[in-house]
Design a protein around this ligand. Sequence first.
Ligand SMILES: Cc1cc2nc3c(=O)[nH]c(=O)nc-3n(C[C@H](O)[C@H](O)[C@H](O)COP(=O)(O)O)c2cc1C
Length: 202
Amino acid sequence: MKVLIVLDHPRRDSLTGAVADKLAEGLKAGGHIPEIADLHREGFDPRMKVEDEPIWGDRTQTFSQELLDQQARVDRNDAIAFVFPVWWWGFPAMTRGWIERVWNQGWAHGWGRMKQSKGLILGVAADNAPSFAKRNYEPSMKTLMLTGIVHYCGIEEGRFELLYDSLTSPEHQKILLDRAFELGETFETSVTEKQAYNPLKS
Ligand SMILES: Cc1cc2nc3c(=O)[nH]c(=O)nc-3n(C[C@H](O)[C@H](O)[C@H](O)COP(=O)(O)O)c2cc1C
């Protein structure tokens, strides 16, 4: 399976960057072909452009070349994985803007749906699991990201996972990196959560 890893971090040598690399390594070990989309290094502009703002219902609308190139890269892959640091209990603005611009009408929603079969959402968080649980952050994020974006846009099987305590110790960071490798290696069987969700009907 060809898997596009969408990496969002201002520093390539960040833990998040290393998580993306380990996920890619694991995917290769599992017989898959990873491709990393490094949004910061490629200078993607996450701000919505006038020409990319959907004109609702207009099937003749043409989008910017940058958007079309981004969609083509997704389209040459069978699955997608987001790797990002949790910022303010959500995606950083870069990933958020990438989805806002690229996952556009007619391709991801509206009269078109995405062709990818699996979507992994893998966030790196400084806080710990009990603290997230106490405030319901994890189910809230999962609903917004997995249900509201991945499943909403037609990707049938998904997984939402957070790598907690990211800043505690090098030993713990190794455990998180090992987990990223494992998720890549077992991608086929780990990214399988389904939701019967037709946003137009329910
Ligand atoms: C702007 C900003 C917002 C953050 N918000 C959160 C947050 O809501 N929850 C959390 O657990 N960590 C939060 N963090 C901490 C990051 O998740 C942490 O720095 C990251 O996991 C460390 O990995 P990195 O070295 O790859 O950045 C935030 C960090 C920044 C810079």
